[in-house]
Design a protein around this ligand. Structure first.
Ligand code: MG
Length: 219
């Protein structure tokens, strides 16, 4: 029987770093705040586990932080910003190899489903997935219940794998007792992710088919 592989989207299959940076700088520009971090510094902070509000200028008032969060949520899934996302170069090749061996399911937390599907179609990602699971980050904190509910209702398989780049992904995969794979090129660093004890850490997605062969899903 085919196994089911749950894939995270943001920074596992696509690179959202430019979008995140553009939203950050545009909001600070909007409030005429000068001392923004460079993109590399900003991403490094995120890779070390920090949220954007944790590296705003030091003298930021609580009121400004509240306004920043509000603007962030308004902008982060807007089409004007989604166009900054890039498809990671290995994604389609890896999905195309795995599609014949496993049921591929995308699981993502996005508030604007219409824009999500525009993006998936724009990158040619949608057709690789048997199922796309999406819930709003305003409603849920992680992906655990979304996946659990899907498995209970639909899946005939009992062999599950989760692959993602953040603590949210790793904790859901582990909580559900799945083989859990962390990719280390996304929003969190290898050092950060290793502490969460995933089953595997991958520096490049192209290593995934070989690893899955090794654990015997390919029989
Ligand atoms: Mg992600």
């Amino acid at each position: 029987m085919k196994c089911t592989i749950f894939f995270d989207l943001d920074d596992t299959l696509i690179d959202t770093s430019e979008r995140h940076y553009k939203v950050y700088t545009d909001i600070l520009d909007f409030y005429e705040i000068q001392n923004t971090l460079a993109k590399e510094e900003c991403w490094e902070q995120k890779r070390n586990g920090k949220k954007t509000v944790e590296f705003l200028p030091e003298n930021s008032s609580e009121e400004f932080i509240r306004k920043f969060i509000c603007e962030w949520l308004k902008r982060i899934e807007n089409m004007n910003y989604l166009k900054y996302d890039k498809l990671l170069p290995e994604s389609l090749d890896v999905l195309s190899v795995l599609k014949n061996r496993a049921d591929l399911t995308l699981v993502t937390l996005r508030n604007n489903k219409e824009n999500l599907f525009w993006e998936l179609n724009n990158f040619g990602l949608a057709n690789y997935f048997k199922t796309i699971l999406v819930d709003s980050p305003f409603k849920v904190k992680n992906k655990t219940l979304l996946i659990k509910d899907y498995i209970e209702r639909n899946s005939k398989s009992d062999d599950f794998i989760f692959i993602g780049d953040s603590e949210v992904d790793i904790s859901s995969g582990k909580e559900l007792g799945m083989l859990t794979i962390a990719v280390t090129y996304g929003i969190r660093s290898k050092e950060f992710l290793t502490k969460l004890r995933p089953d595997f850490c991958l520096d490049n997605l192209s290593a995934l088919p070989e690893i899955l062969k090794g654990i015997g899903d390919d029989s």
